[in-house]
Design a protein around this ligand. Structure first.
Ligand SMILES: [Zn+2]
Length: 177
C-alpha cells in the first residue's frame, strides 16, 4: 500500500474509477477527484480530492494533506489551486473549473473567489462548513464583482459514501480485520 501514516485507519476499501475516455464529461473529471480522495485515505487523511480542468485538460490534481504536511491550509482545493496556477502560468483561474468531492470550506471557498475560478463543481454538500451554498454562500457577497458558476451533486452518492465510510471506520478505531 501507499505510505500509511495513520495506523488507526485501514487502506481504502473503495476501488479507483477508470471512466471511459470517450466521454470526457463532469463525471469523468469528478472520478479523477474521487481517485485523489482515495489517495488521501491511503495516507490516513480525510478523503477529499480535487482536480482543475482548463481548456479540456486536467492541469492539477491534489488531495487533502493536512496531516501529512502538518499544515491546516493543505486542503485539496488549495493545493490544486497552487498547482494549477503554476501549470497555467497565471494566478487568475478564468476559464478553469475546480472539481472537488466535498463542498469547499470557508478558506477554500474564499480561494475560489480570490482566484476568479470560473466554475466550481462539487459532489457532497456540507451544511456545517460549506461556504458555496451549504452553510452559507461566499459566492453571493453583495459587493463582490466575481461570481463562480456553481454546480453541486455530481457523483454525490459515491463521494458521500467514501467520506462516511472513512469516518465510520475511524470512529470504530479502524478495526475491520
Ligand atoms: Zn477547505
Amino acid at each position: 500500500m501507499n505510505e500509511f501514516s495513520d495506523k488507526s485507519v485501514p487502506p481504502c476499501p473503495f476501488p479507483k474509477l477508470y471512466p471511459s475516455l470517450l466521454a470526457i464529461d463532469e463525471r469523468y473529471f469528478m472520478s479523477m477527484a474521487f481517485n485523489q480522495a482515495i489517495d488521501a485515505w491511503n495516507k490516513g487523511e480525510v478523503p477529499i480530492g480535487a482536480v482543475v480542468e482548463y481548456e479540456g485538460e486536467i492541469v492539477a490534481r491534489a488531495h487533502n494533506c493536512v496531516e501529512t504536511n502538518k499544515d491546516p491550509t493543505a486542503h485539496a482545493e488549495i493545493l490544486a489551486l497552487t498547482s494549477a496556477a503554476n501549470a497555467i502560468g497565471d494566478w487568475r483561474m478564468s476559464g478553469a473549473t475546480m472539481y472537488v468531492t466535498k463542498e469547499p470550506c470557508p478558506m477554500c471557498s474564499g480561494a475560489m473567489i480570490m482566484s476568479r475560478m470560473s466554475r466550481v463543481v462539487y459532489a457532497v454538500r456540507d451544511p456545517k462548513m460549506g461556504c458555496l451554498g451549504g452553510a452559507t454562500d461566499l459566492n453571493s457577497l453583495p459587493r463582490s464583482n466575481h461570481r463562480c458558476i456553481m454546480e453541486a451533486g455530481v457523483m454525490e452518492e459515491e463521494c458521500r459514501e467514501l467520506l462516511q465510510a472513512f469516518f465510520s471506520i475511524r470512529r470504530q478505531g479502524g478495526n475491520v480485520d
